[in-house]
Design a binder for this molecule. Structure first.
Ligand code: C5P
Length: 238
């Protein structure tokens, strides 16, 4: 399998069991170029876990969805970079100055000689529909807001966004080819949908313009995680 294809897959290591997380990371053995450490694992084990997961040979996407005043996000972003994460995210709804501060922090925290981690934005959470936005005082169509916030993230100097594959094509046409689109909510046809409601197959996500596909349980709960990752890579490549 080409290195390039592996770099388009991110296995989400969701859980609070440190041994399971590290065993799964080792079992994958680089089959997935990226591994995602999220809030659940990070609040249990902190930045040390990021280093331990990175030591298994994959790049770590630290999914903490930072959202605070710019000064605080700048400092937290620097710590994300110091942890060894190769990518982390912030909420676009924190505003342009906050996103700019995240990039500054990432630069500040990057160890000498290492590349700056990619900073990407969460636009509108997929759990928020039109009615939920209205209740927040934001009377907007979710997809219009996603594209608007993706453009704002790009203007603030961010490297991309996390978004549903259903929104990938609209973001791609608004933001152009160099802007990363990272998509969760992916299910191959052979996998259970679990609690995901609006799922997209790996092939369809790629066709919609997604760069990196985030896949959790179809890989991590498989008897052979590396084999499951391999099947998804074949779908991405095909
Ligand atoms: O196991 P599964 O493939 O459903 O995991 C998907 C991962 O992507 C989880 O870590 C989940 O938190 C994350 N995610 C998502 N939908 C979003 C944003 C993030 O499933 N809209």
């Amino acid at each position: 399998m080409m290195v390039e294809t592996r770099e388009r897959l991110c296995a989400a290591l969701d859980g609070s069991d440190r041994e399971w997380i590290l065993e799964t990371a080792r079992a994958l053995g680089g089959a997935s170029g990226w591994l995602k450490v999220g809030l659940e694992a990070f609040t249990a084990f902190g930045p040390e876990l990021v280093g331990a997961v990175a030591a298994t040979g994959a790049r770590v996407f630290l999914d903490l969805k930072l959202h605070d005043i710019p000064n605080t996000v700048r400092g937290a972003a620097a710590n994300c970079a110091r942890s060894g994460a190769a990518m982390f995210n912030v909420h676009a709804s924190g505003g342009r100055a906050m996103m700019e501060a995240a990039v500054e922090g990432a630069e500040r925290g990057t160890p000498p000689g290492a590349p700056r981690p990619r900073v990407i934005a969460v636009t509108v959470l997929t759990s928020l529909d039109r009615a939920a936005l209205e209740a927040l005082g934001i009377p907007a169509d979710p997809e219009t807001l996603v594209v608007r916030w993706a453009r704002l993230a790009q203007e603030a100097g961010l490297d991309g966004v996390v978004a549903s594959a259903r929104e990938a094509a609209a973001i791609r046409s608004a933001c152009g080819p160099g802007f990363l689109v990272v998509t969760p909510g992916i299910r191959p046809r052979w996998a259970a949908s679990d609690d995901q409601k609006r799922i997209v197959t790996p092939a369809d996500a790629v066709a919609a313009g997604a760069d990196i596909l985030v896949v959790g349980r179809p890989i991590t709960r498989a008897d052979d995680p590396a084999a499951a990752a391999g099947r998804i890579l074949a779908e991405i490549a095909g």
